[in-house]
Design a protein. Structure first.
Length: 153
């Protein structure tokens, strides 16, 4: 049975509870959530690492290790060597196929630089707003083409 919020005061109280401290997951773990290319790319890397199986703390540590190694933007990460990315990810506690993850992050950085000149805010300027989720998924190498075709079909 769905719960309804009866009064305006109840709605305000619920909104304050849901907002909590006003900080999201990324902010709670030390990532700046600002509207600049570097911060947005770091959040994209965090989301890619969080999408993998395993402890979320390893993903957070891996995402922190990238800017700590000097790769705080898509351009800098795209110019890094595969072996440096592998070493940094392993040192941060990443497990499994770290080489594939390093390749994925390198390809992701090159795609952001190539398609959006290093600035994910350019995704907004895409004329077809429904494709926004598809584009982000494509950047993260999630195959959503079939699903997109089904929905718009």
């Amino acid at each position: 049975m769905p719960t309804t919020v009866a009064t305006i005061e109840d709605r305000k109280r619920l909104a304050r509870r849901l907002a909590g401290s006003g900080r999201g997951f990324a902010e709670q773990y030390g990532f700046r959530v600002t509207n600049n290319p570097s911060s947005l790319f770091q959040l994209l890397c965090l989301s890619v690492l969080l999408a993998r199986r395993g402890d979320f703390r390893r993903a957070v540590d891996g995402a922190h290790a990238l800017p700590d190694a000097g790769w705080d933007s898509a351009a800098r990460l795209s110019s890094s060597s595969r072996s440096d990315r592998v070493r940094t990810l392993r040192d941060s506690g990443q497990r499994g196929d770290v080489e594939a993850l390093a390749d994925l992050l390198g390809e992701l950085a090159r795609a952001v630089v190539g398609r959006y000149r290093g600035d994910l805010r350019r995704l907004r300027s895409a004329r077809v707003s429904e494709r926004l989720a598809w584009l982000v998924g494509a950047l993260a190498r999630v195959d959503l083409e079939g699903r997109y075709a089904e929905l718009t079909g």
